[in-house]
Design a protein around this ligand. Structure first.
Ligand SMILES: [Zn+2]
Length: 127
């Protein structure tokens, strides 16, 4: 499951700029162990900590922090996101799909530019 990690990190009081590019890693404070200097890294979906050795996704983080089993972690995450995990995933896929019509609009506008400006001139009448 590709669950966004940002809302879960915010739940534990860790805020960082949302990562738009998939696969880009940012250094953050580790939510698993208490620390002052960031030693964990996230790409928005996975988390890795050099200090305590934690490695995992939103589900693994919830299990570790809340001491839950897999099913319990899923229920806990639904509470964090405020909706079902199916819904979270569907929204996530929707963001990727929404970029396509935007590109089409730009091409559409370009095609309309070929209208000749000469049409505007009115022929002189009565002479
Ligand atoms: Zn850690």
């Amino acid at each position: 499951m590709d669950l966004p990690l940002t809302p879960v990190l915010e739940h534990y009081g860790i805020f960082f700029e949302p990562i738009m590019q998939h696969g880009r890693w940012t250094t953050i404070l580790c939510p698993v162990h208490e620390e002052d200097r960031p030693s964990a890294r996230t790409n928005g979906y996975g988390l890795m900590c050099h200090a305590c050795g934690f490695k995992g996704d939103a589900i693994a983080l919830a299990r570790r922090k809340e001491d839950l089993d897999y099913a319990g972690a899923l229920r806990f995450l639904e509470g964090v996101y405020g909706r079902s995990l199916d819904q979270v995933q569907r929204e996530h896929q929707g963001i990727a799909r929404r970029e396509v019509p935007h590109r089409r609009t730009r091409t559409h506008r370009r095609n309309h530019r070929t209208t000749s400006p000469r049409v505007r001139r009115r022929p002189l009448s009565g002479t």
